[in-house]
Ligand binder design. Structure first.
Ligand SMILES: [Zn+2]
Ligand SMILES: [Zn+2]
Length: 388
């Protein structure tokens, strides 16, 4: 004799639909076979719980049951055998949260092969490395196919087994009144198979996290913000799916001497005031292909050179990624430096020099500027008088 449905769910005869559903959830969770492996009692209880709920959640059946008990259900497409399968009702109520709720037990082996994730790796290099190109070793944490189970997720010697919920179909049907709803099987996620005995190494995931060492060739001329794509070096695909790609995002560390502008390099070189005045030669730094390459260039300073004067060294800039023949220039900008910490004798010499200088001849820019300034000041004066 079947047990009383209200008793099975532990609810009163007057309980609401909401209470009924809550009681069912609780009881179904408790007796779910996945939670009670190898306990035949649990399976029977689970079926009972489902049967009770399928009757009490249906208004018509519940009314018949209330009046006539189990006998009232015969011929109503209700007496035991004609019921929806226990799992169907279970999925209907629990939907897709099933997998998360059961964690380990409901581990699903998803449908078909899936491509692995693309990965990003941020790589900082020096300007010197960008200039000559380089080989660098990087360590990329990525998901690799588990070697123990060859990616199946099942313990070696075992195989994923047919899903009991959908009997391998991957979809389940649920009836709600007159409607039949079909949905992806919540237990196996549509794969039709579940992993009963998970691999110890990857815990059923089929993949393991691993740090992989890769040799990456940095092409000469690479610029800040460049991306290098390494096809197939991303995460492993699931169930035989292709690997993702690895994108290396290159950033070039700021250099203490050079600034890059496309293919050109800029370098500001301080020049002593006396050299700028007399003219001469200074050494400017530049980048070389190899360590023993000339990394110094002679720059001629013309007599009377000013701050901001530039000298362009052809072909001493960055190499081009597009063409081996194309190269930028190195632009050396002079910065005339005023001497500091002068002793009495040096100051005397400068005073002597100053006394011989005339603005027009020796400081034409200064003279020109103050000509304009004087006109400006006198105009402002007139303005002031008029206002006052
Ligand atoms: Zn494994
Ligand atoms: Zn299934």
């Amino acid at each position: 004799m079947a047990r009383d449905y209200y008793e099975v769910l532990g609810v009163s005869r007057t309980c609401s639909d909401v209470e009924l559903k809550a009681a069912f959830r609780k009881a179904a969770m408790q007796h779910h076979p996945d939670r009670n492996p190898g306990d035949p009692e649990a399976e029977i209880r689970f079926k009972e719980v489902n049967e009770a709920y399928s009757v009490l959640s249906d208004g018509q059946k519940r009314a018949a049951y209330d009046r006539y008990g189990h006998a009232g259900l015969t011929g109503m497409n209700g007496g035991g055998a004609g019921f929806q399968s226990a799992q169907d009702i279970f999925s209907e109520v629990f939907g897709d949260v099933f997998g998360e709720m059961f964690g380990g037990g409901g581990r699903r082996a998803n449908a078909g092969p899936a491509r692995g994730q693309d990965l990003r790796f941020d790589l900082e290099i020096t300007l010197e490395q960008a200039f000559s190109g380089d080989m660098v070793e990087i360590a990329v944490p990525s998901s690799q196919t588990c070697e123990t189970c060859s990616g199946s997720g099942a313990k070696p010697g075992s195989q994923p087994v047919q899903c009991q919920t959908c009997h391998g179909v991957g979809r389940v049907r649920a009836t709600q009144g007159f409607f039949a709803i079909e949905r992806t099987c919540p237990r196996c996620g549509g794969a039709g198979r579940v992993i009963a005995d998970p691999c110890r190494t990857c815990h059923g995931a089929g993949q393991v996290r691993q740090e992989r060492r890769l040799q990456v060739r940095i092409p000469a001329g690479v610029d800040d913000g460049a991306r290098i794509r390494l096809q197939g070096e991303g995460d492993a695909g699931a169930r035989g799916g292709p690997k993702g790609d690895l994108y290396i995002f290159v950033s070039v560390r700021p250099h203490e001497l050079f600034e890059r502008d496309h293919l050109d390099l800029h370098c500001t070189v301080p020049v002593p005031m006396t050299v700028a005045a007399l003219g001469g030669e200074i050494d400017a730094p530049c980048l070389g292909e190899t360590a023993d390459c000339e990394v110094k260039a002679k720059v001629r300073v013309p007599e009377g050179a000013q701050t901001g004067h530039t000298v362009r060294l052809k072909g001493r800039g960055m190499p081009s990624l597009r063409s081996a023949r194309e190269r930028g220039d190195l632009i050396v900008e002079l910065y005339v430096e005023t001497p500091t910490h002068l002793n009495a004798r040096q100051k005397e010499l400068l005073r002597e020099l100053a006394a011989t200088c005339t603005a027009d001849k020796h400081h034409p820019r200064h003279a020109g500027f103050f000509d304009k300034a004087k006109r400006f000041w006198s105009a402002s004066k007139r303005e002031e008088t008029r206002v006052g």
